[in-house]
Design a protein. Structure first.
Length: 177
């Protein structure tokens, strides 16, 4: 028996079994866009987590200042930079996962008058902040960043007779929050 070879039918069957170059390029492009958006969102998320930790530290400082004034006793907030913890009121607290005490290389500080490259994650004496009964807060700066070193925040207390805390974010320059 002789079989008739249908060229059109065979060609159509071959085309239905694979992807064309254009279809492959579109699929790769979509995957690339989705991956890029996911990485961008992860960077934004890490920035939010660092900001949450600096807000939490700020709140703890406000609490300890009020406690020092109301009890007429010094209060202390101690930092352990190796373990990313801090201690007050006999309690140990951890920074969120992915957040560390640190700074970005090449950034100048302190945030209010950046003149020198930051060399350590805190300028507070003995890695602690002391809150005095008269409302004065020990002066210094604490730097907090994400573990990738892309987001940087600072908590500062300037030198003066009236103490107040400030929060800063670094985006190619310091911005007060």
């Amino acid at each position: 028996m002789f079989r008739y070879f249908d060229y059109k039918k065979t060609t159509t069957m071959i085309n239905k079994h694979g992807f064309s170059l254009i279809e492959s390029m579109i699929a790769i492009g979509l995957v690339t866009i989705i991956a890029g958006l996911a990485l961008w969102n992860m960077h934004l998320f890490s920035g939010v987590v660092v900001r949450a930790d600096i807000e939490k530290l700020y709140t703890v400082c406000v609490y300890l200042r009020q406690k020092a004034v109301s009890t007429q006793q010094e209060q202390v907030l101690e930092f352990d930079f190796k373990n990313n913890t801090y201690r007050y009121d006999s309690g140990l607290h951890y920074l969120n996962s992915g957040v560390v005490y640190g700074f970005i290389e090449g950034v100048k500080g302190p945030p209010s008058a950046p003149q020198k490259h930051i060399a350590k994650c805190s300028t507070f004496d003995r890695d602690r902040i002391t809150f005095y009964p008269d409302g004065v807060i020990q002066s210094g700066t604490l730097y907090v960043t994400d573990s990738a070193g892309k987001t940087l925040y600072a908590l500062t207390c300037g030198i003066g007779q009236i103490s107040f805390l400030r929060k800063y974010r670094y985006d190619n320059s310091w911005h007060i929050l």
